[in-house]
Design a protein. Structure first.
Length: 403
């Protein structure tokens, strides 16, 4: 399928405009990473605790932050996620300690800080675990179950927790709501010793700082190894300059993507690294398609200028590039718009990378190839001229000697 019939766009004639564009954005990203915002590492690399909280009503971030401050958690980051109607908040706490006890303490500190918003000496039914609830029912034995108490209360505790988490989204409006899955006697007993806060902890993620450091190193090595592998592959398939140009283009894509994350202060997690590695392969594949056509045309059009050959090759692959990149971009854009907060960083990296990766294959890798070949040709001509001049000089010396 051809979108363009015999296009004749002078891509290399506009290379300086696009190289200036790349220079501006690359420099801005590097400056942001070094001097302004740094590299915004997520909890996967930094180490810490992430607590995903569901609120019964629209959460007030100022009140939540005030509660964190009262608990001494002044570095906690508070962020809304998901649909606004879901009333969900992500609370992140950096940790410097490396022990498991310290990590658990970080989680419990966040939960305790939120619970201070509700003053009560009772247990919180919205944040109680299955085992705690089962033990409570066994000790109280509101149904006088006798020998069947263990199995009976285990089933009731499981039913209450599942109803709270799966049906009510993690938050019960009142203890009485447990009556939908529990006998009245059980509900009466729960009302004596439990209350319902206006939030429920949906999920907790904990990563130790030592693990985070190791993940940083592994992520960096994975990116460098992938670029080195691509360089070796293209070296054998084409020439070294083809591989070098493609690797520089991929490095350019990576710098701009990470720099953009730094500029907007979007955290870089393991999923973002996975997206970046995906983009390295995608950009390399797009570059190989263009380079392969250039190699074929160089053999067929030996008399033509290399710049004209490269332009013609890019135009010949233009329909394929627009179709492939366009459809891929629409897919990742849908993922970005409708994939939710969990996939936000991953899909954002893909959206940026698809655009930059396609752009770099045409306006970064190809001009580099032409620039190198022109430099090598000029160097060989200078060498030939110097050799001819030296030969001419020697001939003149011989003539003088004979005379």
């Amino acid at each position: 399928m051809e979108l363009f019939r015999n296009p004749n766009i002078d891509f290399l004639g506009k290379k300086w405009y696009f190289l200036a564009f790349s220079l501006i954005f690359s420099t801005a990203g590097i400056l942001s990473m070094i001097f302004w915002h740094g590299i915004p590492l997520g909890v996967d690399f930094r180490g810490g605790t992430l607590v995903y909280v569901k609120f019964a009503n629209t959460p007030n971030e100022d009140l939540i932050r005030a509660a964190m401050d009262r608990a001494g958690l002044r570095d906690a980051r508070i962020q809304r996620y998901g649909a606004p109607s879901a009333n969900e908040v992500l609370i992140a706490l950096d940790l410097k300690e490396t022990t498991e006890q310290a990590l658990d303490q970080g989680k419990n500190s966040i939960v305790h800080a939120l619970q201070t918003q509700t003053q009560s000496g009772k247990q919180d039914l919205n944040n109680v675990g299955y085992s705690t609830l089962e033990q409570y029912l066994r000790s109280k034995d509101p149904l006088h179950a006798g020998l069947d108490a263990g199995q009976r209360y285990s089933q009731i505790a499981r039913a209450i927790v599942d109803y709270r988490d799966k049906t009510k989204g993690g938050v019960l409006a009142s203890v009485a709501e447990a009556g939908a899955v529990a006998p009245p006697a059980v509900v009466d007993s729960l009302q004596q010793d439990f209350f319902t806060s206006d939030f429920g902890v949906r999920n907790v993620e904990i990563v130790g700082p030592q693990v985070g450091k190791q993940l940083q190193k592994q992520a960096l090595l994975a990116t460098l190894y992938s670029l080195a592998g691509m360089l070796v592959y293209l070296w054998f398939r084409f020439e070294l300059i083809y591989g070098a140009a493609a690797v520089v283009a991929c490095f350019h894509d990576t710098i701009i993507t990470i720099g953009f994350f730094s500029l907007i202060r979007q955290e870089i997690s393991l999923t973002v690294i996975a997206a970046i590695l995906t983009l390295v392969g995608y950009s390399m594949n797009d570059t190989i398609v263009v380079f392969d056509r250039i190699r074929e045309n160089v053999k067929l059009l030996r008399r033509e200028n290399l710049s004209d050959i490269v332009n013609r090759s890019i135009n010949q692959t233009l329909s394929r590039t627009v179709l492939t990149s366009g459809l891929t971009f629409l897919t990742v854009l849908s993922l970005f718009l409708f994939g939710g907060e969990v996939l936000h960083g991953f899909s954002l990296a893909l959206v940026i990378g698809i655009i930059i990766g396609t752009y770099s294959s045409i306006f970064i890798a190809s001009p580099m190839l032409v620039a190198y070949q022109n430099w090598r040709l000029a160097r060989s001509r200078r060498g030939a001229s110097a050799k001819a001049a030296e030969t001419n000089r020697k001939d003149k010396v011989k003539v003088k000697i004979k005379a």
